[in-house]
Design a protein around this ligand. Sequence first.
Ligand code: APR
Length: 254
Amino acid sequence: MTRIDRLARRIARAGRIAVLTGAGVSVESGIPPFRGRGGLWERFDPMEYATIGAFLNDPGKVWRVMLGELNGLIMRARPGAGHIGLAKLEALGKSVTVITQNVDGLHQQAGSSAVIELHGTFARLRCLNCGAVSATAATDLGILPPRCPCGGILRPACIFFGEEILPSDLLRSRQASAGCDLMLVIGTSANVHPAALMPLVAKQAGAAVVEINPEPTALTGRISDELLCGKAGEVMPPLLAAVQATLTDFGRGA
Ligand code: APR
């Protein structure tokens, strides 16, 4: 039995599936990862551009140097086979909760209905002065930093380094991880906590943990039961086909 067939059986048998995704699942949508060759942190020092202190110190610089480019990449991105595959699992009747570290909204665009955006979202902006929330897509980013009608500077609704994850999102992520039979971990280096703790929560609750990633991560061989070595866009289509075939066999009482 191939690794894909084995995972397809795990998925077909699972009652509740939790999925932790990271930047890797959006690489095939044209958004670079953060770490590794060609990663954003190779070009932008996260301490200079991705901490809340750096942003508040010089919002214009963070917008002009990094956020403007990131917004352009996100606006041009469309869901990839990884995002679409997870949405298809729901369409096949599986209960799937996606815990994503990504801020690109591509899981929702692909059709996933239960998405926890642990690191916030770039889809909304919030005024530092009056707190008003607006849609990024409806905001003129011709002049940076963008401003609210009240004159205040707008920040993305992402979680910068140095900021707390929303307690409600953290609680929901822990509940989904502790309540699943199977956790898929797709496209994350598992470097950043508390997101990287979710596979451990799942494991301790008795779930199987399976990674889909072209390379091993901090979880491999320690927390995860298996690593399907490959890109999300390569693994998901045959995996979905195998799940569909397995569910059909189950339907026939095979
Ligand atoms: N398919 C699946 N995985 C891939 C692909 C792909 N096509 N391409 C790369 N990867 C894997 C890499 O091997 C790596 O393990 O995706 C992972 C990307 O890791 P990171 O760049 O560290 O991204 P991520 O894990 O999401 O980072 C977590 O760190 O900087 C913060 O807030 C930021 O949310 C981010 C967090």
